[in-house]
Design a protein around this ligand. Structure first.
Ligand SMILES: Cc1ncc(COP(=O)(O)O)c(C=O)c1O
Length: 392
C-alpha cells in the first residue's frame, strides 16, 4: 500500500503547536521558516486510524464510553507482537497523554521538596514537570562517548541526597536516540532499588527503532523492578496522534497500581472516546505495516540529514538508533550556544529545540525533528549549510 510520507501538507493556521507557535517560542516566522522542534510528524497518520475516525464520525454518537476491553486487547496485542512483552489487562491505567502521566507520577509518588532523579541530557519536560510540581531535581549526567552516551552509576550514586523518591528514565532515550542494553536496564533497576526509587520508565519512543537495532522493555530486562515499576507507553509518537492525549501507565504491581488508581478516581480520569478508538485501530496488523514503512522512510530522512550535516565543518549529527529526533553537536564550530543558535534561527530560519533545555550535557547541541517529508529535510540541510557557509 502507498503511504503519504512525501506529501507536503501546510499545517499553518490549523492550531498546530509546532507551526502556529514557532514564532512565539523561537522568533522564526512560519511564513518562510521550518518547524523542526516539538516531536510530532508533518505527514498523515496511518490510513487505518483515519478510517476508524471516519467510521466514528459516520456513526455520529459520541456519548459516554465505559467498556475499554477492545482498547486493552489492542494494547496487549501490540506489546506482545511488537515487543514480545506479555502484559495483563488490569496492569493498564490510562492517562491523558504521557506528559500528563509523568506529572501524575511525580505528584503521586513524591511530596513537595522531594527530589526527582534524571539522567541528562534528557527530555526537557522531566525537569520542567519536576519544577512545576515544587520538587527538586537530582540530575545525573550521562557520559558522552563518540556517537553515544554511557551511564556512570558511581557518579550518580554520589549525587544521591537520600531525599530522592522517583527516577524518570527515558528508554529509548530522547534526545540522543540511544537504545539501552538489557545490562544497562538491569543496572538502572538495581540503582532504583538501592535508592528506594519509584522507577518510571518512559518508553514512548519504543516503536521508532531503526532496522538492525532492538529495543527491550524495562519489564523484560529487569522483572525484579516490578514492585517499583511504572512503564509509560502511548501511540502518540508512533502514529502522530499526540493531539488526542491518550497514553498508558502500565503498572504490574497491584499495590503500586492501587495508589495511582486511587488518585485517578479522585481526579475523575476517563480516557477520550475518540482517542481510544484511534489507538485501538492503530495497534493492529495494518498499523504495524504503516509503522514499518514509516521507519524505512525515517531511515532515508536520517541519512539525508546526516549527509548534509557532515558537509559542515565542526558540526556533527549523532548516529540515531531510534526516534526521529536528530541530536546535533555544534561544539566543533567553536561558537557558544547563542552564536550557533542565532545562525540556525535567523539565517537558516529553522525552529529547532535548544540543547541546553535538555539539561547538563546539552549546551553545545540542537535537536532537529526529522518527521517530515524528505524534501523538507533536504531543504533544512541546505539551509544549515548556507548558514554556516563561512566555515567551509
Ligand atoms: C520521552 C517523552 N515522554 C513523553 C512525551 C510526551 O508524550 P505525550 O504526547 O503522550 O504527552 C514526549 C514527547 O515528546 C517524550 O519525548
Amino acid at each position: 500500500m502507498e503511504f503519504q510520507f512525501d506529501r507536503i501538507i501546510d499545517r499553518r493556521g490549523t492550531g498546530s503547536n509546532k507551526w502556529d507557535n514557532m514564532e512565539k517560542y523561537f522568533g522564526v516566522s512560519p511564513k518562510d521558516g521550518l518547524a523542526m522542534w516539538t516531536a510530532d510528524s508533518d505527514y498523515p497518520t496511518a490510513p487505518c486510524v483515519t478510517d476508524a475516525l471516519h467510521a466514528a464520525a459516520d456513526f455520529g454518537i459520541f456519548g459516554y464510553t465505559g467498556d475499554y476491553s477492545g482498547y486493552f486487547a489492542a494494547i496487549r496485542w501490540w506489546m506482545q507482537t511488537r515487543h514480545s512483552w506479555t502484559i495483563e489487562e488490569d496492569w493498564i491505567l490510562t492517562a491523558q497523554g504521557l506528559g500528563n502521566a509523568l506529572a501524575l507520577c511525580i505528584d503521586v509518588f513524591s511530596d513537595p521538596d522531594d527530589h526527582i532523579v534524571t539522567f541528562s541530557p534528557v527530555y526537557h519536560e522531566f525537569a520542567n514537570k519536576t519544577a512545576r510540581a515544587g520538587r527538586r531535581l537530582t540530575e545525573c549526567p550521562l557520559v558522552r562517548d563518540g556517537d553515544t552516551y554511557m551511564l556512570d552509576l558511581e557518579d550518580a550514586q554520589s549525587r544521591m541526597t537520600g531525599r530522592e523518591k522517583v527516577l524518570l528514565w527515558c528508554s529509548p532515550q530522547n534526545p540522543s536516540g540511544r537504545i539501552w542494553t538489557p545490562e544497562e536496564l538491569r543496572a538502572i533497576a538495581d540503582f532504583a532499588a538501592r535508592n528506594d526509587l519509584i522507577l518510571v520508565s518512559d518508553e514512548v519512543h519504543h516503536d521508532l527503532v531503526y532496522s538492525g537495532e532492538s529495543f527491550v522493555p524495562m519489564d523484560i530486562a529487569a522483572p525484579q523492578a516490578r514492585p517499583r515499576l511504572v512503564v509509560l507507553t502511548a501511540a502518540s509518537k508512533t502514529f502522530n496522534i499526540a493531539g488526542q492525549h491518550t497514553g498508558n501507565m502500565i503498572i504490574p504491581d497491584s499495590a503500586l497500581r492501587a495508589t495511582m488508581q486511587q488518585r485517578l478516581r479522585t481526579l475523575n480520569y476517563d480516557p477520550s472516546g475518540l482517542g481510544v478508538q484511534m489507538v485501538t485501530a492503530a495497534y493492529s496488523a495494518d498499523g504495524a505495516a504503516w509503522v514499518d514503512a514509516q521507519m524505512d522512510y525515517l531511515d532515508g530522512n536520517r541519512a539525508a540529514f546526516d549527509a548534509a550535516i557532515a558537509e559542515i565543518p565542526g558540526v556533527h549529527s549523532l548516529r540515531l538508533q531510534s526516534t526521529f529526533l536528530a541530536w546535533v553537536d555544534f561544539s566543533g564550530t567553536g561558537m557558544d550556544f547563542d552564536g550557533f543558535h542565532a545562525r540556525i534561527r535567523d539565517d537558516a530560519r529553522i525552529a529547532a529545540s535548544p540543547g541546553p533545555s535538555f539539561g547538563a550535557g546539552g549546551e553545545s547541541f540542537m535537536r532537529f525533528n526529522l518527521a517530515m517529508p524528505r524534501a523538507r529535510v533536504i531543504e533544512a540541510g541546505a539551509r544549515l549549510q548556507s548558514a554556516f557557509a563561512d566555515l567551509q
